[in-house]
Ligand binder design. Structure first.
Ligand code: ZN
Ligand code: ZN
Length: 158
């Protein structure tokens, strides 16, 4: 079941997903505005693993000022926020999907709350809280690199 505020126009789109690379909770202003919530709990996957996504049903836009590789997708049909796409040229791409779309999966806990200085609500959990743009970006980069490294060298199924 898709919770309120999320798009249910492409049922089954996330059914074949397996474990994400990592999960993060972002409290940045852009996520708050785009998702209309206090923070965005999201799971990141490699774009090439996400072949079941119906990207034509979304309109992708860049919401940050200045250069950003992040494009946020909104459903054309219902107007609700869907997921974000990050493409680094043609080399590698990622998709970050709100965890609420993925409740049917056995998900890992978030590795951190980022942009926590911008929080509109206190979160009382044992997950690490990271404040500030530079440290938050470093946390994302570390999450990407360490998860790709783990996948490449430690897992048998990749
Ligand atoms: Zn929709
Ligand atoms: Zn954010």
């Amino acid at each position: 079941m898709i919770p309120n505020g999320l798009c249910g126009c492409s049922p089954g789109e996330f059914d074949t997903f397996s474990k994400p690379l990592f999960r993060l909770v972002c409290h940045c202003r852009t996520c708050q505005l785009f998702f209309g919530s206090d923070y965005n709990d999201e799971c990141t996957f490699l774009l090439k693993d996400c072949t079941s996504l119906n990207a034509e049903s979304l309109e992708f836009k860049s919401y940050q000022s200045g250069f950003s590789p992040i494009k946020r997708g909104q459903c054309i049909q219902c107007g609700k926020p869907k997921y974000c796409k990050v493409e680094m040229g043609s080399i590698i791409g990622f998709v970050s999907i709100p965890t609420n779309y993925l409740r049917h999966l056995d998900l890992p806990p978030p590795i951190a709350h980022i942009y926590y200085d911008n929080r509109t609500t206190e979160v009382h959990d044992a997950v690490k809280k990271i404040a500030g743009h530079r440290r938050s970006q470093a946390a994302i980069q570390w999450a990407v690199l360490s998860s790709l490294f783990r996948r490449a060298f430690l897992s048998k199924d990749s």
